[in-house]
Ligand binder design. Structure first.
Ligand code: ZN
Ligand code: ZN
Length: 431
């Protein structure tokens, strides 16, 4: 799962219908907004909504605002971000700027959540926005933002409130996904892909989502009944044993937030996921897709774990960013999530690399460095931080998913007595 909606750009959204009939485009855009509000958020009557969106996602943000008020929202507040302004900071701001974040704003967002507001993030930023900026400044700015947003992030990862993330095709992102097309075509193709993988192509999208959600819940239930103590991944460059946290819980599809509202936090979602044991991960693992990390690209990651810690890390590109990422804090070099996704998922079948975790993590089995989701532990609401850690749940300022699955990955479930059971062969569920 991703908690990050920091991706996006999108005025061409308004006319990004080069491959789609304009009326069909508007209909699907509206359906995406409706599904996001009704199924993704499950927004309840009288609830406030805080939305974050790239400036270019204005047309989608407005559709969502409309559906939110129709669903009874008491107030919708949207915080837009401008990528050009971000670049101006990197090009012109004094050095001390990179240790600052708008703490007052992040505290305000956390206060809104505490008073009952739901959260909707629109993803769609340029995945390579900061690729040519100073990695040191990028890392410092990310760290400052991570620290400032920690209170809000805690409420999200603990599912105190209902929240969801959806995506908007934006010009810079579309150009990255379809580098050989002109901008208008690229945006139209990206929209077509987003509509397909977020399952809003057909008129009964709300029912489709309920069915898909039920399938994922069933898969999670199967894994919960098995009570594996570890998973063993084998594939090109990978021979990794991931111990699972004591009392771990597999989740997939929707969750009922602690405010009692059922929501689906990521749209699309194809994964079932749980909490690994932070001290019981051993072996080597290679990424199977590039990772887009806060405006930079990290490709061909190879790491070695010993006793849960990364002891060696390299990457063909973005290695400096990778190293700084794992040095964020002690938890940043340990796992906080392991997720299984079949190679035949619609996103994988699209054959596209989206350069965006919301999509790419749902194309392949993956692991995440950093913060664990405490909701992936039984009775987690009765446990304090030290009890969560004792069960193996990791803690960190970061949570970064990266893809390790492919059509060549085998996964076994390992029981406490050491016996194993095939779960996936060549990237597909066995049964
Ligand atoms: Zn995940
Ligand atoms: Zn994740």
């Amino acid at each position: 799962m991703t908690i990050d909606a920091h991706k996006g750009n999108g005025i061409a959204a308004a006319n990004g219908s080069g491959l789609l009939d304009p009326a069909v485009f508007q209909e699907r855009l509206d359906r995406l907004a409706e599904v996001a509000v009704r199924v993704g958020l499950g927004l309840s009557r009288g609830q406030e909504l805080v939305m974050t969106a790239p400036l270019d996602a204005l047309p989608l943000a407005r559709r969502i605002t409309g559906h939110a008020y129709k669903a009874g929202a008491s107030l919708v507040t949207t915080l837009f971000t401008d990528e050009e302004a971000t670049l101006m900071r990197f090009h012109h701001a004094p050095d001390e700027s990179f240790d600052r974040a708008a703490e007052w704003l992040q505290n305000g967002i956390a206060a809104a959540y505490r008073s009952g507001a739901a959260r909707l993030g629109i993803a769609g930023t340029n995945p390579a926005l900061l690729a040519r900026e100073d990695p040191g400044k990028v890392a410092r700015a990310n760290l400052a933002l991570s620290k400032a947003s920690r209170p809000a992030l805690d409420l999200i990862t603990r599912h105190e409130i209902n929240w969801t993330i959806v995506a908007c095709a934006t010009p810079a992102w579309a150009r990255q996904v379809f580098p050989n097309d002109d901008e208008q075509t690229a945006v139209a193709r990206l929209w077509t892909a987003i509509f397909a993988v977020t399952r809003v192509d057909s008129s009964d999208a709300v029912q489709n989502w309920r069915n898909h959600d039920a399938q994922l819940q069933k898969r999670a239930q199967f894994l919960n009944e098995r009570r594996f103590s570890a998973l063993h991944f084998r594939g090109p460059g990978t021979d990794l044993r991931v111990g699972l946290a004591d009392d771990h819980l597999w989740l997939g599809g929707g969750t009922t937030a602690r405010n009692g509202i059922p929501c689906i936090p990521n749209m699309p979602t194809e994964e079932v996921f749980t909490t690994p044991h932070k001290d019981r991960v051993n072996g080597v693992v290679a990424s199977s897709k590039p990772l887009s990390y806060q405006g930079t690209l990290i490709e061909d990651i190879r790491v070695r774990f010993e006793g849960g810690r990364i002891v060696e890390a390299s990457a063909a590109t973005g290695e400096a960013i990778l190293r700084r990422m794992v040095e964020t804090d002690e938890g940043a070099r340990r796992l906080g999530e392991v997720a299984l996704v079949p190679h035949s998922s619609p996103i994988s079948k699209s054959g596209l690399l989206f350069w965006n975790t919301l999509f790419d993590e749902n194309a392949a089995s993956h692991i995440a460095l950093g913060q664990a989701y405490s909701t992936c532990l039984r009775d987690s609401d009765t446990l304090d931080a030290s009890q969560l850690a004792a069960k193996g749940a990791n803690s960190s300022l970061i949570h970064v998913d990266w893809m390790i699955g492919s059509g060549r990955m085998d996964v076994d479930g390992i029981h406490a007595d050491g016996s194993s059971e095939p779960l996936m062969r060549l990237g597909e569920w066995v049964e």
